[in-house]
Design a protein around this ligand. Structure first.
Ligand code: SF4
Length: 181
């Protein structure tokens, strides 16, 4: 399977607003993340890692709704805009490195088509949907795989992911048409 690194395709963010949009894009959200979320992700690598690795809608919604507070020494009101800008400009590459390697477009489309035709592809749980809807997640990402609980759109995009179900006509392949692992 061909893959591409997204590291080389990202521009530096020039402002906190751009970082909010950029982080939302990496998370598959249509609307920019709240500034509080972007700031927490800039200064807390563990939080950024959890956000960017999350495939589960409930977990992602929970993380977005509850960004960790910053250490007192980094109180938002005390962070100068210059410092924020410096952090934001470094974030694109850092976040991209945390994130997974993406599948190429052809692989992504094939996987997503298989998911759309699969009986295991269901609407996200109502509890998560309620929160996700408010965050502007694109429609295609509102479906989850009921076998693993992941957003199918995010799962299909990650090169290292695999479909947990076997092709009903060929037990050597998964429903994505890829060799079983
Ligand atoms: S990942 Fe596999 S099992 Fe899950 S919805 Fe997609 S095709 Fe179906």
């Amino acid at each position: 399977m061909r893959t591409k690194r997204i590291d080389n395709t990202l521009q530096e963010y020039q402002s906190l607003e751009e970082a909010c949009v950029g982080l939302a894009k990496l998370l598959g959200l249509d609307a920019p993340v709240p500034q509080q979320v972007a700031i927490a992700a800039l200064y807390n690598p563990g939080y950024a890692r959890n956000l960017l690795k999350s495939r589960c809608p409930i977990k992602l919604a929970r993380l977005l709704k509850n960004p960790p507070s910053l250490p007192e020494s980094l109180n938002t009101t005390e962070i100068g805009s210059k410092e924020l800008l410096k952090e934001a400009s470094l974030a694109a590459l850092r976040w991209a490195r945390i994130r997974f390697t993406q599948a190429d477009q052809e692989t992504y489309n094939r996987r997503l088509r298989a998911c759309q035709e699969c009986e295991n592809c269901v609407d996200a749980p109502a509890k998560a949907l309620y929160t996700i809807a408010a965050l502007g997640l694109e429609d295609s990402a509102k479906k989850v795989c009921k076998l693993c609980g992941c957003f199918v759109a995010r799962k299909a995009l990650a090169a290292s992911e695999s479909c947990p179900a076997l092709d009903p006509f060929n037990s050597n392949l998964t429903r994505w048409g890829e060799p079983r692992t």
